[in-house]
Design a protein around this ligand. Sequence first.
Ligand SMILES: *[C@@H]1O[C@H](CO)[C@@H](O)[C@H](O)[C@H]1NC(C)=O
Length: 311
Amino acid sequence: MGGGNYSVVHEIVLVGLTSSLEMQLVLFLVFSVFYVAGILGNFLIVLTVISDSHLHSPMYFLLANLSFIDMWVSSITVPKMIYDLFKERKVISFQGCITQMFFIHVIGGTEMVLLVVMALDRYVAICRPLHYLTIMNFRTCTFLLVAAWTIGITHSLIQLVFVVNLPFCGSSEVDSFYCDLPRFIRLACTVIYRLELIVTANSGFISLGTFFILIISYIFILVTVWQHSSGGLSKALSTLSAHMTVVVLYFGPCIFVYSWPFLTVPVDKFLAIFDVIITPFLNPAIYTFRNKEMKVAMRRIFKQSCLMDLS
Ligand SMILES: *[C@@H]1O[C@H](CO)[C@@H](O)[C@H](O)[C@H]1NC(C)=O
């Protein structure tokens, strides 16, 4: 770095969401409840799918994998945020900040690709029902999952390579409740225009790209169902509209934050709440608890564990 006036930044100060005590109390309650409920709901789903052999099919494996990822989505940011809420000075170490950004993007990228894989699975099931079992077999499913994680990790590494060696000049305040890339790179004392372009090209591309693939596959499914039976359309519509709600809630903030990183507005950090708390909580409710087989399987598990207690 040439030993100029660059200072070493050891810790990052997070501004947080609010400084009003009443609001902090409200946020503490709301975040804790949503976080715990989300973790429990997702954990229950993973447990049910793994332990019930009736659910050993690609669709449920993918659902369980989504739940597994959702547990991480909120765990990367929310516990620290809750812990920090009442602290006057919210700090995170420089390494902690880099680690947080790395995992946010690994998990975020993987989740986006996984949602596309799940849409693909539904597309094959609905539009190619006779070939479903040959196309979506266990091997394809595992391959797609490995691909999702590979894309997520690559996506995150590519961005961080440009960030870890940035020169800093002392300012270390991030106006958010966690370390995120668009705000973090503003701390650097260098021309960040190209960096912002890289973030947009990478994170913006992956969020916009997967979002459009999802919307197009939903439209495809709806049109196919509509052509084959008008009766099935309303059922497909009700399922897909639930999926679309999650997708819009999840992708909306991401697209807003990463596709226009040049413009960092205060509303960004409030939008991020949707991604780290609301969607990981809603996903199990929308993808799984509306599903009949899943409900039956859960009841079976509860019954079994009750019987074990009695004997
Ligand atoms: C993810 O899916 C694979 C099947 O490809 C399955 O073996 C695995 O148990 C799933 N993981 C979780 C956490 O459910």
